[in-house]
Design a protein around this ligand. Structure first.
Ligand SMILES: *Cc1c(COP(=O)(O)O)cnc(C)c1O
Length: 230
């Protein structure tokens, strides 16, 4: 499969241009939207050129895979900000808190409690996002829309987490706009500033609906091997 453009720097520049244009549709002031480059399934050799092109914020969805490649990359590039964007098991909370800088997938009390415990133990207070199952899909992670506000309250009040925003993934087959609007509305209702939504295929729509962070993988790194998880 051919890449969308010849090199990482050019692909990043194209995506940033599309992001700027979409930001103007949401807000004539054209506020800055943060690009999280999703590097899952790609090794250091593919990631280094993207870092060299100026990208500093990356997303990964597996703790174990991240442990295999990011400690060394982070050592070489001290200003990397690594986001966990995949489901977390309580037995990986220690590793996750040690390696990641932002956790985007807090979605149940057990995980919230395990993360809080580890952050205290490691003296590392990470900003967190609550993942909301905006499409009410059985197979997807995330707290339900109905339970979201109560859960956000418990994350802050009971677990003492620093919740800064919401993250969501719309159903694959549906037009994503209404789901993005729902997540933005929930974030506003909860008084949370950050909204992480939109991927390679729909980040412009997400920005037009109020995303502050988009998570873009294949449009930067090229297609992942067929059959690999998204
Ligand atoms: C893989 C992944 C992305 C990026 O998907 P692309 O379609 O490659 O841009 C974004 N968010 C999450 C949670 C992912 O797992």
């Amino acid at each position: 499969m051919s890449d969308p453009a010849p090199n990482a720097a050019e692909r990043l520049e194209i995506i940033r241009a599309h992001m700027r244009r979409a930001a103007l549709r949401f807000d004539p002031g054209g506020r800055e939207v943060v690009l999280v480059a999703v590097s899952k399934t790609f090794g250091a050799a593919a990631i280094e050129p993207v870092i060299a092109a100026g990208q500093r914020i990356f997303g990964e969805n597996r703790v174990q895979e991240s442990l295999d490649k990011w400690p060394e990359l982070k050592q070489r590039h001290a200003d990397i900000e690594l986001h966990l964007i995949g489901p977390l098991q309580t037995n990986k909370a220690r590793d996750a808190v040690a390696l990641f800088d932002v956790i985007e997938t807090v979605d149940r009390d057990r995980i919230a409690a395990a993360l809080a415990r580890e952050m205290t133990a490691q003296h590392r207070r990470l900003p967190c996002l609550v993942q909301v199952n905006i499409g009410a899909e059985e197979q997807k992670a995330g707290i339900s829309v109905a339970e979201a506000l109560g859960f956000i309250g418990r994350c802050k009040g009971v677990h003492g987490l620093d919740i800064v925003g919401l993250m969501g993934i719309p159903p694959v087959e549906a037009a994503p706009g209404p789901y993005f609007a729902l997540l933005k509305q929930l974030a506003d209702a909860a008084g949370l500033a950050q909204v992480s939504m939109g991927m390679s295929g729909d980040f412009e729509t997400a920005i037009a609906m109020g995303a502050t962070h988009v998570r873009v993988g294949s449009a930067i790194f090229g297609a992942r091997p067929a059959g690999m998880r998204r």
